[in-house]
Design a protein around this ligand. Structure first.
Ligand SMILES: [Zn+2]
Length: 659
């Protein structure tokens, strides 16, 4: 214990808790009794203590509504500009009908919200290193002119953010209420709700110039939404769309950092996998990762169209734009330590290029998928898919990471508890890195593997609590065992925001989780089978051979004549390819010691399978078949397939599989 010092008494909100609630309660009683002096003294103190803590403000208004009536409650709610959805019933309506002279509580001159937030806030959240006089409201032609003269200069770096009214589920883009433009030593708040300012003729021109000037670097985070709302604000922007140059979306940079961190995990040291603290998402997570503390997002959903804005709203708006400068500056000073290229500005163009490539690749996958579908091959199977019981279930334990950047299946590394082997097989089948516990393994093995290899545990039932306490928040997920394995898999993918593409399907060996195959053309496979006595000369009639031929109604005459060049794989699998030269041709074993499982290749298939894929770790032999289509249609809802492709890609395959 240490003695309290004077400063701690002076810090509003520090002792938030029971005493404060009883203070508010006392205040409400005094207000009700109309003890004028008491009201004033108490009001000053209540305001001082409540400060900009929205939770306490809401509580005060609730108490006032209960004890002192709707009018008092609505006056105070106006004073604090509390979001509509946080108001007690009837308060919003009363606000609307209050005569102007009652809309203000005459205490403005006695107290005011402090620009510098409480110490506890500073300890927890990122703070902007600017005093209040460096924040400028821009709401007239004059102030706009001043803002222009500072921002529109070659080489300036501007943090850009915008606020608009929360949509609560509506889809249409909202009009922007506030545009925040941050430069190194000051922040401009363009107040589009200030009377007539939005119609200022120079304003749209300024926005156009700012966004199109290549030599002014604009930093944003997930800017697509901002740009949509800008277009919704000014109709002329739909007629003549905004040209954008010199934009750096830090979301792209964030995605790159996340990928790097995940790869680091695979190389050994235990580090963040998806996000170390699932409470932080998006920009706040990036700020935490780069600058050490997250953003305070309390005001994110507040009423951005009401004026005047609360100090805490202004603080939030300023921080949201200014943090982009801080993040950019820290990343640029040492890009390598974040796994980034020296020129961060190259990431935007690089990313868009890869996304184009990805789209083209998806298109290719679709074509090859269709080709496989049209082949109408039956019987050939690369995996046997698990069957599981019905009954829907829940994913409990952690909140989903929708806001975090999407992952590829290869980036998700899990260890599946032994009750979830069906789930594990499905995830593997989509390319997720899955280690499965054996039936005899103790649950604690999962925790050991998770810690040693940086994996997330998937479990269900009793072991969840124990396992989570061993590996920590966000690294253990509980699933409902009664749910279908397929549905469990969809849950897991959505939870971690994993976006598999068709080329991830079967990119991992279903038997051993390896993602390395060797491709063996038919001719070589035939030669190997013959050499090891699994295939007789085709003039001889081997019983099994004949039987399978009858079954398949095929004749292998042409097949056994070695063809010239092997056909390439028809769909590009996201796996690693090994060279056949690593194989010991005498023993048919790979360097790791596993032999090719030649005995599993049905001779009858040889005629129509041009290429076999052999897992270099366990020797299991695979080939293309209708199961690809089955998986494609089973997981359509989570597969990343180009917009117009989803139906056309999946349908022929589904049909083929039914024949
Ligand atoms: Zn294998």
């Amino acid at each position: 214990m240490r003695p309290l010092n004077q400063n701690e008494f002076d810090t509003p909100g520090l002792n938030a808790g029971f005493d404060l609630i009883s203070l508010i309660h006392t205040f409400c009683l005094i207000v009700r009794c109309h003890v004028i002096v008491g009201v004033l003294v108490c009001a000053v103190y209540v305001q001082y203590v409540v400060a900009d803590d929205l939770q306490l403000q809401v509580h005060l208004v609730e108490m006032l509504a209960k004890h002192c009536g709707l009018q008092k409650a609505s006056q105070w709610s106006l004073r604090y500009n509390i979001p509509k959805n946080r108001l007690p019933p009837g308060v919003w309506e009363t606000q609307q009908s209050l005569p102007p002279d009652l809309q203000q509580i005459c205490l403005n001159d006695i107290t005011h919200e402090e620009w510098v937030p409480p110490q506890s806030h500073c300890q927890r959240f990122y703070q902007v290193p600017l005093t209040k006089d460096k924040v400028h409201f821009v709401d007239t032609a004059e102030t706009l002119h001043r803002c222009r003269s500072i921002l529109l200069k070659e080489g300036v770096v501007v943090g850009v953010d915008m606020e608009w009214q929360p949509t609560f589920g509506r889809v249409a883009a909202q009009k922007v209420a506030l545009i925040q433009l941050a430069v190194l030593d000051q922040v401009f708040l363009l107040d589009l709700c200030a009377g007539g300012f939005c119609e200022q003729p120079d304003l749209v021109g300024f926005i156009r110039t700012l966004f199109s000037e290549r030599n002014i670097l604009k930093l944003g985070y997930s800017m697509t939404g901002d740009l949509k709302c800008l277009t919704a604000t000014w109709p002329e922007l739909s007629e003549e769309p905004l040209k954008t140059e010199g934009l750096l979306d830090l979301l792209k940079v964030h995605q790159k950092i996340q990928c790097g961190r995940i790869n680091q995990v695979q190389d050994g040291p235990r580090e963040v996998l998806v996000c170390e603290n699932s409470a932080e998402k998006g920009l706040s997570l990036l700020v935490q990762q780069v600058l050490g503390k997250p953003l305070d997002k309390t005001e994110q959903m507040s009423n951005w169209e009401r004026r005047p804005l609360r100090i805490s709203q202004i603080r939030y708006a300023v921080a949201d734009a200014y943090c982009l400068l801080d993040v950019y500056s820290t990343l640029s000073s040492n890009p390598a330590s974040f796994g980034l290229p020296a020129d961060l500005r190259s990431i935007t163009s690089g990313q868009s290029k890869t996304s184009i490539e990805k789209k083209q690749k998806v298109k290719r996958d679709k074509k090859t998928a269709q080709a496989i579908g049209q082949e109408e091959c039956q019987g050939a199977q690369r995996v046997s898919l698990p069957h599981s019981d019905t009954v829907k279930g829940l994913l409990c334990g952690e909140s989903p990471s929708e806001g975090s950047p999407p992952l590829t299946p290869q980036q998700l590394r899990v260890v599946c508890d032994n009750m979830l082997q069906g789930l594990g097989r499905y995830l593997r089948c989509l390319g997720v890195d899955v280690v499965m516990l054996e039936n005899t393994d103790d649950h604690r093995v999962a925790a050991k593997l998770a810690q040693a290899e940086g994996r997330v545990i998937l479990t269900c039932g009793q072991p969840f609590q124990t396992l989570r306490s061993q590996v920590g928040e966000g690294r253990c997920l509980s699933l409902d065992c009664s749910e279908k394995a397929r549905d469990q898999a969809v849950r897991v993918l959505k939870h971690f925001n994993v976006q598999p593409t068709p080329s991830d399907i079967f990119s991992r060996c279903q038997a051993c989780n390896s993602d390395q195959y060797v491709a063996i053309p038919r001719a070589d496979m035939v030669a190997m089978l013959k050499e090891k006595g699994f295939l007789q000369d085709h003039n001889n009639t081997d019983h099994m051979f004949e039987k399978s031929c009858q079954q398949e109604e095929l004749w292998l005459d042409d097949t056994l004549t070695p063809s010239g060049t092997p056909e390439p794989p028809r769909y590009a699998t996201q796996c690693r390819w090994a060279s056949l030269s690593g194989l010991d041709r005498d023993t048919m074993t790979f360097p790791g010691g596993s032999a090719i499982q030649l005995h599993t290749v049905p001779p009858a298939l040889l005629q129509r399978i041009p290429l076999f894929y052999v897992c270099t770790r366990c020797g299991k032999v695979f080939w293309e078949g209708s199961h690809f289509g089955r998986v494609l249609s089973l997981f359509q809802e989570v597969l990343l397939i180009a917009d117009d492709d989803s139906i056309s890609a999946a349908r022929p395959l589904t049909l083929a599989q039914n024949k």
